[in-house]
Design a protein around this ligand. Sequence first.
Ligand SMILES: NC(=O)c1ccc[n+]([C@@H]2O[C@H](COP(=O)([O-])OP(=O)(O)OC[C@H]3O[C@@H](n4cnc5c(N)ncnc54)[C@H](OP(=O)(O)O)[C@@H]3O)[C@@H](O)[C@H]2O)c1
Length: 173
Amino acid sequence: MNLGNVLIFGGTGMLSMASGWIAENSNLTIAFGRNENRLQQLQRKFGVQNLKVQKLDYTDTKVLENTIKTITKKYSKIDLVVAWIHENTAPKAIPTIRKLISEINFNQKWSLLLIKGSSSDISRIIESEKNISDNCKLKVVQLGFIYTGTTSRWLTHEEITDGVIQAITYEKS
Ligand SMILES: NC(=O)c1ccc[n+]([C@@H]2O[C@H](COP(=O)([O-])OP(=O)(O)OC[C@H]3O[C@@H](n4cnc5c(N)ncnc54)[C@H](OP(=O)(O)O)[C@@H]3O)[C@@H](O)[C@H]2O)c1
């Protein structure tokens, strides 16, 4: 599998293993985050040449736009964006990424994989993504939890990673 050129937002925490898998299966993967240590750790852990890391605070819309423009100028097409972005802190981030990459990719297809928390309202998300451009294929992964009968727990990072990989590799037949 070759995922092409991939951008990952929010991939240095619970999605670290997923970021590593993506990098191993891509031409180029760029993971963004604010924390230099976490970024370096991700790069050290997976150590694959095509995994690049870049400091970015996605709450700054202007910086986000400029970063995407610079990257797409350098690497031309973006094939996949994985975004674990907290909408309450950065409501403009996902619309900005979606609009800009759809425009830059023009009529070339690309995929946007949104990771959402268990309390997210998925029907609202799908409704708000209705006007998505034709060249963008949207997938949404909603995090869940495991109920053991008496207690419940959040998914482990391994379980989250498996779900993300499944979503990326799944194709409707
Ligand atoms: N089941 C559920 O619904 C659910 C929902 C939420 C969380 N959780 C659990 O809670 C744990 C912690 O959650 P978490 O959200 O802190 O996840 P996390 O994945 O550990 O960290 C958040 C990720 O987003 C990045 N990020 C956050 N704000 C950013 C910004 N303004 N600009 C750029 N990057 C930014 C972080 O990078 P930087 O650190 O570099 O900023 C990091 O990569 C997770 O491990 C998960 O198990 C479960």
